[in-house]
Design a protein around this ligand. Structure first.
Ligand SMILES: [Zn+2]
Length: 351
């Protein structure tokens, strides 16, 4: 049978790792339960990850044995699927320098925060990683998506190399200084302006750790990033205005999702609309304010907990009666703030 499909790949590989049991997920389009297992298999210096949908082959694919994986479907770099159209055959032993302790993991063994890796191997990894490094340079805090998304880049250095790491949201708003040791979780490699860098995901966290005096930050560490626009100040600075929050029309306290990636999403009918979680003990709030600027009067803006706390510099106890929460905010009126108003009608750049 002639196969013209260039996505079909045949390789003879030695199995290094294999799932302990059959795994499954529900296909979203047809609601069918899909069963599969994973193997990590290698030849020479290179390991591949293969998802096997022929679940009756679990016992055949023993670690240490070599097989011809005929007509695999290519699913990205070094990832293949064995489907019903593929053939598995016992073969002569394949030479490889890799062992069952090689870096490429079975997908089910990867922790959500990523495996701890050096910056160099995180940059080369197909998976999420957790990295540790000393801050060489901190970019200015910038805002994307009409002012709604804070972004910042760091250059981190470990014992081997340097890497640029991009942060978003709350991670970007943290204060970093040169020489800080920072652990950043759940990062993955991404190309930007043709250069490899690490970028964070919604579940990523930044944590400061104890200094490692063996890592010396030198001026030339930042040299290769000199032309990177992320480290330059924005030329057209957003307008920062004097804003007076004069009154408010609504004060809404609500249950919100505890999952960090959901960014305190309001639960609807006791369920998170994003991740579908149904249990949460976390509350948040929003206030619909009227505000004035030099140019305008009685404009409407709805602000959420994190922004209000940044302006008022107080944390409200949301277990208190709503009437007492309201009077706390009433006592602060009028609230004066210097900030930029985003296209999405939010405050950012709060001074
Ligand atoms: Zn959620």
């Amino acid at each position: 049978m002639a196969q013209s499909n260039t996505n079909l790949i045949t390789k003879t590989l030695k199995v290094l790792k294999r799932s302990d049991k059959i795994l499954s997920y529900v296909n979203k389009t047809n609601q069918r339960e899909m069963k599969y297992f994973n193997v990590v298999a290698a030849e020479g210096e290179v390991a591949y990850r293969i998802r096997v949908y022929q679940v009756n082959k679990l016992n055949m694919l023993q670690t240490g044995l070599s097989f011809k994986f005929h007509n695999m479907v290519a699913k990205g770099d070094k990832e293949y699927w064995i489907t019903s159209n593929s053939t598995l055959a016992y073969s002569a032993t394949v030479e490889t320098s890799l062992t069952d302790s090689c870096e490429l993991q079975l997908p089910e063994k990867i922790a959500p925060e990523g495996e701890k890796k050096t910056l160099a191997s995180a940059l080369a990894s197909p998976d999420k990683s957790s990295v540790l490094g000393k801050v060489v340079q901190v970019s200015p805090l910038k805002y994307r998506q009409g002012g709604s998304l804070p972004v910042r880049a760091l250059i981190l250095k470990d014992s081997q190399t340097t890497a640029k790491v991009c942060l978003f949201g709350g991670n970007a708003e943290m204060q970093f200084e040169e020489g800080n040791m920072v652990n950043v979780s759940a990062v993955y490699p991404k190309k930007y302006l043709n250069r490899d860098q690490l970028t964070t995901s919604p579940i990523s966290t930044c944590q400061f750790t104890a200094d490692d005096p063996t890592i010396l930050v030198q001026q030339q560490d930042a040299n290769q990033y000199l032309s990177d626009p992320d480290f330059e100040e924005d030329l057209d600075e957003p307008l920062i205005e004097d804003i007076i929050l004069t009154d408010f029309t609504e004060f809404d306290v609500y249950k919100c999702c505890e999952v960090k990636a959901c960014r305190q999403k309001k639960m609807v009918g006791n369920q998170c609309p994003v991740c579908k979680a149904t249990t949460s003990n976390l509350k948040s709030y929003r206030i619909a304010f009227l505000y004035s600027t030099e140019k305008a009067k009685d404009k409407k803006i709805t602000l959420f907990k994190s922004t209000i706390e940044k302006i008022l510099k107080v944390e409200l106890d949301l277990e208190e009666q709503k009437s007492s929460l309201i009077s706390v905010v009433v006592d602060k009126l009028p609230i004066r703030v210097r900030a930029s108003i985003s296209a999405g009608n939010n405050l950012y750049n709060i001074q």
